[in-house]
Structures are given as C-alpha cells and as structure tokens.
Design a protein around this ligand. Structure first.
Ligand SMILES: *[C@@H]1O[C@H](CO)[C@@H](O)[C@H](O)[C@H]1NC(C)=O
Length: 603
C-alpha cells in the first residue's frame, strides 16, 4: 500500500481536487473527507486528503492570543542541561504495520457500520462537552456540571483535538482550535501544576493536533506549554519537579525536586519533549529530558530486579535503584511505554538516543521472565497476564494481581517486537492483549475491572498453561474473602470493580490489529465496544461505572475523563477505519493516544 500511494500521489491529488468540488457535502466538507475510513474503500490516501484540507484557502485564519505570562522569558537560575543536541532524523525503521489487502465488499460494509457507530458515540460526547463544559477540563455526564482538575486549561478540549481531526470532524476541529488560541497558560486554577498530566494531555495533545493539521496556532500554544514545563527543570540537579509551583516557577529562582515520586512521572516526558525539539528546531527540550533518562539508563541493571526500576524513585537523591516493588502497571507504566516509542521517534544512530533501544530490550526481557504469567482458566485459550513483583529478602515473588492500566503492555510488546525485530516480544504481545480481551468477556458486563486477581499456573514456569483445577481456584478465592464472591471462574478478586472509561485494552487490540492484520482483533474490538457503550451510555454522553461484576455495570459515576474521547473512542474508531489512517509506520502515539509524526524513511 505504501508503494501504491507513492506512485499515485500526483494522480490522487488531481482526483481529490475533482472530488472536492463534485461531491455532496456535510457541514461544508465533502463526504469523502468526512468519512475517510472503511478498510476496503479505494485508497485515495488519507495523507493526500489531509494535505488538501490544509490548503490555506480552506483553513480558517486563527491567530493565537499570547498568554498573560510568557514562559519563554523566565530567567532560569539553574540552567537545565543543554546538550546533547537533537539527533538527525531517522532514516530507516523496520516495517510496523501488516501489508493490508482491501476487504471484500461484505467485510468492508460491516466495518463501515462499526466505524459509523463509534463516530456517533463520539459526536454525542463532544456535543455534550461543547454544550455543558466548554473550555472546562471535564464534563460530568450525569448532572451536566463540569470539573477543572487539570489547571483549568480545557483539558478535554485540547485532548480531543486530534480525535476530531482523525474522525474528519473539521468544523468541530477548527472551532476548537479557535478556542485553543485563547487559552491562557499564564493563569492556573490550581496552585501547583502536575508535570505528568500537563505533559501527556496538553503538550501531547497540542503537538499531535499540529502534526496532523499543520496549524500554526497549535505549535505556538505547544511551545507555551513546553516552556512552562521546561521551567520545572530549573532545579539543583536538573531533574524535573513532579508538581510545579506555578507562581514560584515564573520567578526563575529555582524549584525543589521532590524526594519520592512514582517512576512514571519523570519517565514520561521523552516523547513530547523530543518531538517539541523536532518541530521547533530547538534542542533544549530534548537535552533536558535526555539528562533525566541517562539516570535511568546508568542504573538499569543495579536494581533489585535488574532491567526494571522500582515503582518509587527519588529524583532529588537521584535514586532509581533502592525500591523493592516492580510493575509495568500504574505508577510505572509509561516509563516503560516510552522506551520503544522513543527508539521509534529518535532512532539509535546517535549515542544519546541509543540508550532507548538498549533500555527497551533490557526491560522487555526482564518483564517477560519475571512479571508475566499464564492464569489458570477453564478452557484452553493461550493468554498471558502481567502481575506485580516484590523483591524482599527471599528474592522476587510474583503476585498475580493485575489492572486495566496494565493492558497497554500487549500492544507495546507487539510494537517492540516489530521495532526490535524480535518474534518473542510479538508473540508475548498477542497473548497479553488476548489476556485483557479474555478478562473483558469473562465478566457479565463484558468489561474488565479496574483491578483484579487470578491464579497463576502452578508449574515451574508460570508462563506455561495448566489444566483447570476447580478446588485450587476455590481455595485461592477463599484466601481473599474480603472481595466479591460472584466472580467468573479463574478470578479470585475484583478488588476495584469499576470501569472508568479507560483505553488500555482497546489500545492493545488496535495495535495487534494493525500489526498482524488478523480479523479476530476487529471482532474483539467490536464486542468490547458494544459492551462498553451499553454500560456507560447516559443521556448526554458516557459515564464511568461502579461494578463490572454485575450485568450492566452497576451504578454510574458523574464523571467523564478527558481520555474517553482522546484515547478510548479514538482507538475504537481506528480499529474500523482505513488502515492508513494514523499508520503506525507514520506516527508513534504518546501515552494519551496523541499521534506524533515520525520522520519519513527511505523505501
Ligand atoms: C544492562 O544489561 C543489558 C543486558 O543484560 C545490557 O545489554 C545493557 O548494556 C546493560 N546496561 C548498562 C547500562 O550497562
């Protein structure tokens, strides 16, 4: 398909211009653009369409209003690291996506229906946000109220920009860009600003929307947020603070790094800062974060579980070794997620970026031998689950507890398998993604709990399957009596039985679909989507639910996280849309599902 597109670029452009004037319109945009999807549709080439839509005569003129404080004027007393320089663009990368053939008309029609269904749910949720919570951080989808929990810079709006673009909702997109132009990053509704959340939602959201649309306002606003976060590196040891004291940061006199933070916090800046350097030509963001990742790199093999880092680290003492709890799940997750992804974005040719490849291979080997287990289940599905490891006096001990947040790991191993050309990672990735899909379909609501336990297979290698032993399951379940007793076979707790609109399971299903091209993944995605919408649908939008262990998901909670539109709905949509739309060979997605553009490689 890539070859097809390259050869037919010129022809397509002419064709597209013709179509633009000839087609019936919806909100001023021809149908073809609006519905740029359908696995079997003749490939007019999504990027050609996107480029045409960027024709200046069709893009509203929007100019950014400068924030009330210019973050690029702060005189940083403790200058963050200024080297290394940003590496040259990557020139070769292994093929990531499957070589797709067009769907048969019958299959294409089915996928098109599914795509329309996701589009409908998204339009409804966006309309509700627009009506009830415009410019606020999040909508409360039962009461129609709102909350500002991320400093009040319209988190849901910024987080949704690229979803609107990808789904072809151009009028909604440009209306939102106009709103972005007026966001004041010089004021905050909170005394402190969370580095991690601001980075993944706001900075990631703005850069991705810029990468897709090329609109200058988005770049200007991304730089404002980038410079705000950069002020968080103004510390004695050049390590970033977890929480930025907003007014103090403006003075430039320096901030104090916290002693204990979760490892994901300092470990989840690489992609956004590196891409910001790429789109501005200013290496300072890349250098600042490279310095942080050097610390992780140097000590990766000195921890209690060599190859991984403890869940808690101290950036003040530069201690990333002494903790004893290890997980790829919550609190640590995107530290690991960003290693193969940074390798995709930055390559390994430069000494300063080589470390991402080395850290990727090392952690993937370690997690595979220590954290993953085959749960004891009735039936013979070949699945893996990722648990937690504590290393105390007696050595590593694997606790078969997992959570929805861990479900990104299947997709990451599949992606890593392709990037690092390692079949074992890809194989483990498919089993891990199937593990989460298995958990979804096991519960009466069709969704998996936020946190749960299973029984690991008892053999010497817990990754090997085992036969079902009902009495062992009952015994293990009895040990954990404080939790539910109406659990599906194989599960021993649903410690936290909520589903809060999270994306990680569908994220992995999406990546497996794009990498393997196996039909099972689209069908799995559809089954999950139907269950999720059935349980979370409200009059206005969608809400988190209290209890996936009962049919229907139990009571609803008056909250719709910004990641519902930013991530969950985007991943569902991309499962059914044309496989060139946000191709994994052209984009790498940050941990909030914001696609960052990869350099073009020679083919
Ligand atoms: C850590 O160990 C791995 C493999 O065991 C090795 O490839 C890597 O270079 C080591 N890292 C450092 C910083 O020495």
């Amino acid at each position: 398909m890539a070859r097809f597109r390259v050869r037919h670029v010129a022809l397509c452009a002419v064709f597209v211009v013709f179509l633009y004037h000839a087609l019936p319109r919806e909100n001023g945009i021809p149908h073809l653009f609006y519905h740029a999807g359908g696995g079997g549709a003749p490939n007019a080439g999504t990027s050609e369409l996107a480029r045409y839509m960027n024709d200046p005569s069709h893009v509203p003129r929007i100019v950014a209003t400068e924030s009330s404080f210019s973050w690029n004027t702060v005189k940083l007393l403790k200058q963050p690291a200024l080297t290394p320089k940003l590496p040259a663009p990557v020139t070769s990368r292994p093929r990531i996506q499957h070589h797709f053939k067009p769907d048969s008309p019958h299959v294409a029609a089915k996928q098109e229906q599914r795509r329309q269904a996701v589009l409908g749910v998204t339009k409804k949720a966006w309309a509700a946000y627009r009506e009830h919570a415009w410019m606020k951080d999040a909508l409360k989808p039962l009461s129609g109220q709102f909350v500002d929990q991320f400093s009040g810079w319209a988190a849901t709006l910024v987080d949704s920009l690229d979803t609107l673009w990808i789904m072809g909702l151009r009028d909604e997109f440009y209306e939102a860009v106009e709103a972005v132009a007026a966001i004041d990053f010089g004021k905050s509704t909170s005394y402190t600003v969370n580095t991690f959340e601001t980075n993944i939602r706001y900075l990631g959201g703005l850069i991705a929307a810029y990468d897709l649309s090329g609109h200058e306002v988005l770049r200007a606003k991304a730089v404002e947020v980038g410079d705000l976060l950069y002020a968080g590196f103004n510390t004695d040891n050049k390590m970033p603070v977890d929480m930025i004291q907003f007014e103090r940061a403006k003075e430039g006199a320096g901030l104090v790094v916290e002693d204990g933070v979760v490892s994901a916090s300092p470990g989840t800046i690489t992609l956004e800062f590196s891409r910001l350097s790429q789109i501005t030509g200013d290496s300072k963001y890349y250098a600042a974060v490279s310095h942080v990742m050097d610390l992780f790199y140097e000590h990766q093999n000195e921890t209690k579980l060599p190859g991984m880092w403890p869940m808690m680290v101290s950036m003040r003492r530069e201690d990333v070794v002494s903790g004893y709890q290890f997980t790829i799940g919550g609190n640590a997750d995107s530290l690991y997620e960003y290693l193969p992804k940074a390798h995709a974005l930055l390559g390994s040719a430069d000494p300063s970026s080589k470390k991402y490849e080395v850290m990727s291979r090392t952690f993937m080997d370690t997690a595979m031998s220590n954290l993953f287990f085959h749960p004891m289940i009735p039936g013979d599905e070949d699945i893996l689950i990722s648990g937690n490891v504590d290393v105390l006096g007696t050595g590593p001990s694997l606790d078969p507890e997992s959570e929805h947040l861990s479900c990104y790991i299947g997709g990451l191993y599949a992606l890593g398998g392709r990037l690092l050309e390692n079949e074992k990672y890809l194989d483990a990735g498919a089993k891990l993604a199937r593990g989460c899909a298995y958990a979804y379909k096991s519960f009466p609501s069709g969704m998996m709990p936020e946190r749960y336990n299973m029984v690991k297979c008892p053999g010497p290698d817990p990754k090997q399957s085992c036969t079902w032993d009902q009495s062992l399951w009952v015994t293990e379940r009895e040990k954990r009596t404080q939790y539910k007793d109406h659990l599906p076979l194989g599960f021993t707790t649903a410690k936290d039985p909520r589903y809060i609109l999270r994306p990680e399971a569908i994220e992995s299903v999406f990546i497996l679909w794009r990498i393997t091209g196996q039909e099972e993944w689209r069908d799995t995605a559809w089954r999950m989507f139907e269950a999720v919408v059935k349980a979370t649908d409200t009059e206005m939008a969608n809400a988190a639910v209290e209890d996936v262990t009962v049919e229907g998901g139990g009571e609803k909670t008056d909250y719709m996280e910004s990641f519902w539109i930013a991530e969950t709905l985007k991943y569902y949509y991309l499962c059914f849309a044309h496989t060139d739309l946000v191709s994994l060979d052209e984009f790498v997605l940050n941990t909030e599902a914001h696609p960052l553009k990869l350099s073009k490689i020679q083919v």
